[in-house]
Write a protein that binds this ligand. Structure first.
Ligand code: UGA
Length: 433
C-alpha cells in the first residue's frame, strides 16, 4: 500500500491509459479512468480488455474486484481527483506534426471540473511546450491558476506495457513546481526506479529523443546488415560484439523489415518538425527515416530475386503482419507495408499472423488464413516479416512439402537455417554474406 492513497484520474483508455490506470490501482491508488468511447467503457466495466497486452486483463479484473479501478465516459467524474493523468493519443497530422485535438478537447471539459489545487500531468507523448501551454490556457481561459501541471512521459512498449510500468528504467517528472512533482512522484513511490526531475521542455523532449534514438539505432543496424551481406560478414556476430560494449548495449540490434508501430515513426517525424521549427535541420533523423523506407525496398528486392525476377503472378506466403511480435497492432507496420507493395506488384499473397483474423485488414490484397501451414501451399517464397516465436516451431518439413520447396526469406533472422535446410528449404536471412 502507498503511504498515502491518492485519488487518480486517467483520461484515455488506450494502451497507455489503461495500463497506467490498472497498474496504479494495483499499487493501491483509487483510480477512475475516463474514455469517450462508450462501448469500450462498457466492456472495460466487465473486465473485457480490447487490446492484446499481456497481464492487463488480470490487472483490470483485480482493480474492478477491489473497487480501486472504475471506468467512466464522464470527465466530470474526475472532479475529486488529486492528480489527473492525460493519456490521450497525439497522432501524426497530415503535415507530420502531433495532432493535439484530443488533448485540447479534454482540457476544455476538465478545466471547469478539476478539484482545487489538482495536479494535471501529461503522460502520453506531447510536443515540447505543450504542458506549459496547458497551464497558460487553464489560467488564461478558465481562471484555473490553481491547477498545477507536470510533464510525466511514459516509456511503455506495446506488448510489454504492464512489465514496463511496474519495472521502469526511470520515472521522469518535468515541472517548475516541486510540490506538484512530489504529488506525481507519490503515485510511483512503491516502484523501484530512479526519479529524474527536470524542467518541462527537457521532460517532453527526452521522450522524443529516446524514441528518435531507438529509430536511429535500428536504421544503423539495418544499413549495417546490408553492408554485412556485401562484405561477407554476419550482422548477428557484428551486433553481438557491439552489444557487449556497455556504451552501446545489446537491445535494439536485431535487423528486420524496418521499424514501425504507432510511436517510433510518428515521434521521429514530429522531432524532425520540432527541430525545423526551432531552425535546426535534423538531417541525421531525416536520414534514419529514409533508410527505414529503403529497408522495405531491400526486402522486395530479395523476394524478387528469389522468384527469378518477376513478382507479377508469383505465389508468396507471408508470415506475420503486425509491426512486431506480442501485439495485434497493425499501425505503421512495415510487415503490412511490404505485403501491400508485393500485392501491388501483382504477387499472389497468402498471409498468416497469430493476432490477425481472416479476412485481415481492409485494403490488403491477400488471402489471410488462420492456419500458418496454409501460407506454404504452392508458395515460391515464404516471407517472414514479424518475429513471432511460434514461427520457429512450425512443422517446416510439412511446409516444405506443401510449398514444393520454396525459398524462405527471413527478414528477422528468426528461423534456424539448418533445420530449414534439413526440411529441404532454402533460407535467405538478413545481414549475412
Ligand atoms: C516504443 C518505445 O520502445 C517505447 O519505449 C515507447 O514508450 C513507445 O514506443 C511509445 O512511444 O509509446 P513500441 O512502439 O511498442 O515502443 O515498439 P518497439 O518495441 O520500440 O519497436 C519499434 C519497432 O522497432 C518495431 O517495428 C520493431 O519490430 C522494431 N525493432 C525493434 C527491430 O526491428 N529490431 C529490434 O531489435 C527492436
Amino acid at each position: 500500500m502507498p503511504s498515502e492513497q491518492r485519488a487518480v484520474g486517467v483520461v484515455g483508455a488506450g494502451y497507455v491509459g489503461l495500463t497506467t490506470a490498472a497498474c496504479l490501482a494495483r499499487l493501491g491508488h483509487d483510480v477512475i479512468c475516463a474514455d469517450i468511447d462508450e462501448s469500450k467503457v462498457d466492456k472495460l466495466g466487465r473486465a473485457e480488455v480490447p487490446i492484446a497486452e499481456p497481464g492487463l486483463p488480470a490487472l483490470v479484473r483485480e482493480g474492478l474486484d477491489s473497487s480501486r479501478l472504475r471506468f467512466t465516459t464522464e470527465l466530470g467524474a474526475l472532479a475529486r481527483c488529486d492528480v489527473v493523468l492525460l493519456c490521450l493519443p497525439t497522432p501524426m497530422s497530415e503535415q507530420g506534426d502531433a495532432d493535439l485535438g484530443a488533448v485540447d478537447a479534454a482540457l476544455g471539459e476538465l478545466a471547469p471540473v478539476l478539484a482545487r489545487g489538482c495536479v494535471l500531468a501529461t503522460k502520453s507523448t506531447v510536443p515540447v511546450g505543450t504542458t506549459l501551454r496547458l497551464r497558460q490556457r487553464l489560467s488564461g481561459n478558465w481562471g484555473r491558476a490553481d491547477v498545477r501541471v507536470v510533464s510525466n512521459p511514459e516509456f511503455l512498449r506495446e506488448g510489454h506495457a504492464v512489465t514496463d510500468f511496474l519495472h521502469p528504467d526511470r520515472i521522469v517528472l518535468g515541472t517548475d513546481d516541486d510540490a506538484a512533482g512530489e504529488a506525481v512522484a507519490a503515485l510511483y513511490e512503491n516502484l523501484d526506479a530512479p526519479v529524474v526531475r527536470t524542467g518541462f521542455a527537457s521532460a517532453e523532449l527526452a521522450k522524443y529523443a529516446s524514441n528518435g534514438f531507438l529509430a536511429l539505432k535500428l536504421s544503423y543496424v539495418n544499413e549495417l546488415a546490408e553492408l554485412c551481406e556485401r562484405l561477407g560478414a554476419d550482422i548477428g556476430d557484428v551486433g553481438r560484439v557491439m552489444g557487449m560494449d556497455g556504451r552501446i548495449g545489446p537491445a535494439f540490434l536485431a535487423p528486420g523489415p524496418g521499424w514501425g508501430g504507432s510511436c517510433l515513426p510518428k515521434d521521429t517525424e514530429a522531432l524532425v518538425r520540432t527541430s525545423g521549427t526551432a531552425g535546426l535541420d535534423f538531417r541525421l533523423l531525416r536520414e534514419a527515416t529514409l533508410t527505414n523506407l529503403r529497408q522495405q525496398d531491400r526486402v522486395l528486392a530479395k523476394v524478387r530475386r528469389a522468384v527469378g525476377g518477376r513478382l507479377a503472378g508469383a505465389r508468396i506466403g507471408v508470415l506475420g503482419l503486425t509491426f512486431k511480435a506480442g501485439t495485434d497492432d497493425l499501425r505503421h507496420s512495415p510487415a503490412l507495408a511490404v505485403a501491400d507493395r508485393l500485392a501491388r506488384e501483382g504477387a499472389i499473397l497468402t498471409a498468416y499472423d497469430p493476432k490477425v483474423e481472416p479476412p485481415g485488414p481492409a485494403g490488403l490484397d491477400a488471402q489471410v488464413v488462420d492456419d500458418p501451414c496454409l501460407v506454404a501451399k504452392d508458395a515460391e517464397v515464404i516471407l517472414v516479416l514479424t518475429e513471432w516465436p511460434e514461427f520457429r516451431q512450425l512443422d517446416w518439413p510439412r511446409l516444405a512439402t506443401l510449398s514444393t520447396h520454396a525459398t524462405v526469406v527471413d527478414t528477422r533472422n528468426l528461423l534456424d537455417a539448418d533445420a530449414l535446410a534439413r526440411a529441404g528449404l532454402r533460407h535467405t536471412g538478413t545481414g549475412a554474406g
